[in-house]
Design a protein around this ligand. Sequence first.
Ligand SMILES: C[S@@+](CC[C@H](N)C(=O)[O-])C[C@H]1O[C@@H](n2cnc3c(N)ncnc32)[C@H](O)[C@@H]1O
Length: 246
Amino acid sequence: MTRTIPSPNLWNHPEVYAQENAAQDVDGAIWQALREEAPWTGADVLDVGCGDGFHLPVFAREAASVTGVEPHPPLVRRARRRGLRVLEAGAEALPLPDASVDLVHARTAYFFGPGCEPGLVEAQRVLRPGGAIAIVDLDATVDPYGSWMRTDIPHYDPVRAERFFERLGFTTRRIATRWEFPDRATRDAVLRIEFSPAVADRAIAATPGLTLPVGYRLHVRRRPDPRRPDPRRRDLSPESAARLRR
Ligand SMILES: C[S@@+](CC[C@H](N)C(=O)[O-])C[C@H]1O[C@@H](n2cnc3c(N)ncnc32)[C@H](O)[C@@H]1O
């Protein structure tokens, strides 16, 4: 069953959110890190929790195919009006066959730490052997943006989230990015859809210019490919495993 996680920023303010997406990562640091960790040239790409599909055209420039999955119907319609291939579904029940994609990407969507296990199982199912799941999320340990997030979402523990992914075999890469707004009105509108009124006031007061440093985390894990064993992975010999079990 789909556990749709509310996204009031995007659901209620899709136009401002589009401006936010355009302001994010203006130097392309996330794309560069993704390209190094999980390249998508010639790949079949799936973007989970794709919203109105903002990131799909970037993948489409080099991918063999790009599909988005999004559970919120108005966003699915919005994406389709832009000619994008977006299926209405959640991460927990992907409407794709087994072993049918090379890259599962999710950006600030669903995979926030403990609780996202059903989506991880589904991602593993639809990945071909050797394919990668790449999860991009805000790094709430990095201030000032992180301190605003932690004030508004006190129950969210970013260190716990990071450890969760690492325990499950994901790598972690920190990415420093720069958001750049075209003008103050856009900057303020974006900060107001991201934070409560009091925290947005604080964020606006602390952001005199049009640039904001924002940290992200990228977690990547590959589905093992039995035909190409990873030379860095050292499996225990049957004898050592038996000794450990004793
Ligand atoms: C903050 S938005 C990010 C959208 C998009 N990835 C982007 O970067 O523009 C989070 C998205 O996750 C979607 N979402 C919520 N619950 C989900 C679930 N169970 N599976 C997949 N996506 C989900 C929301 O509807 C929303 O579109």
